[in-house]
Ligand binder design. Structure first.
Ligand code: BT5
Length: 274
């Protein structure tokens, strides 16, 4: 993967400029700097290697050179998107996860699902993480940086001892290891498609339809930097999403609760972690 190969493979997609880096700290940081200096909507940063790839709460995201996709898209919120400023980050995280799910299903026949709020799973293991971050002037979001990491080759997986949740790759699950730029093209096409209906019920429906553990018993715990499950926040049967993208649960006493994303992580009950 290099600049010219990317430009060729991504040609025809309605992107602004594309910037490829053989190695950088984090594509989200480079895209954020670019947004502050005037990047247009749909500007793309791609890296072969991240030296300080980030997850939520400063957790580490591992990007092994030659094995993975790591990219960030600068998206400038439209007036309609800005009208939902309070939930904009959760909605754009959902956009990334829905897009990756559709791309993996359609092009690689993988049964991908979304572990709310921001992971994509195949066979119950994490194949992709999404990190959406926003820039603000006062209460007005001026840019969203949508960062996505996908494990493509089998050697993309971090060592087991750094993982609190099992991981997998496209090659492990499908037996093939397609060119990363082609997988990127498929994902970007899905992002651009779903972004055009981001505020419509059809998007929320697709997000809900792709949720992992629908109808199953789950726990929500406070997120911790170490990855150890934190304090129990709630547990219950996973019902779906409310219109703002909050997770709906039915507790053992029959009460219905909604939880916004943020500092919460979800685990299936009876998983190996219990
Ligand atoms: C995420 O955070 O899953 C969001 C990851 C977003 C990465 C992209 S890559 C492009 C862009 N630039 C960045 O710097 N970031 C974005 P979280 O839910 O906090 O999960 C982080 C946890 O995932 C870690 O604590 C590890 O346990 C695990 N992990 C790290 N690398 C992994 C990998 N390659 N595959 C599977 N799991 C991994």
């Amino acid at each position: 993967m290099d600049q010219s190969n990317l430009e060729q493979t991504l040609s025809g997609l309605p992107l602004a400029e594309i910037r490829f880096y053989p190695s950088l700290e984090s594509t989200n940081d480079v895209a954020a700097d670019w947004a502050l200096s005037g990047a247009q909507d749909a500007s793309l940063v791609v890296a072969d290697q991240q030296r300080k790839g980030r997850g939520r709460l400063g957790r580490t995201w591992v990007t092994v050179p030659g094995m993975a996709l790591a990219f960030s898209l600068v998206l400038l919120p439209t007036a309609q998107e800005r009208a939902h400023a309070q939930t904009i980050l959760s909605r754009f995280s959902g956009l990334g996860a829905v897009a990756v799910c559709h791309a993996l299903r359609t092009h690689y026949h993988l049964p991908a699902s979304i572990k709310w709020p921001n992971d994509v799973l195949v066979a119950g293991k994490k194949i992709c993480g999404v990190l959406a971050e926003a820039q603000w002037i006062g209460s007005r979001p001026t840019a969203v940086i949508l960062g996505i990491g996908v494990n493509i080759g089998a050697r993309a997986l971090p060592p087991q001892n750094v993982l609190r949740f099992p991981a997998t790759s496209l090659q492990t699950e499908s037996g093939i290891s397609p060119a990363r730029s082609l997988v990127l093209r498929h994902i970007l096409a899905e992002i651009l498609h779903w972004r055009s209906v981001l505020m419509a019920p059809v998007f929320m429906q697709s997000w809900q339809d792709n949720l992992a553990y629908l109808g199953e018993w789950v726990q929500l715990t406070a997120i911790t930097q170490s990855g150890e499950p934190g304090a129990l926040v709630a547990q219950g049967r996973l019902l779906g999403l409310d219109p703002d993208g909050a997770l709906r649960l039915r507790t053992p006493t029959g009460q219905e609760l909604s939880h916004r994303s943020g500092e919460i992580q979800l685990r299936p009950v009876d998983s190996f972690l219990k």
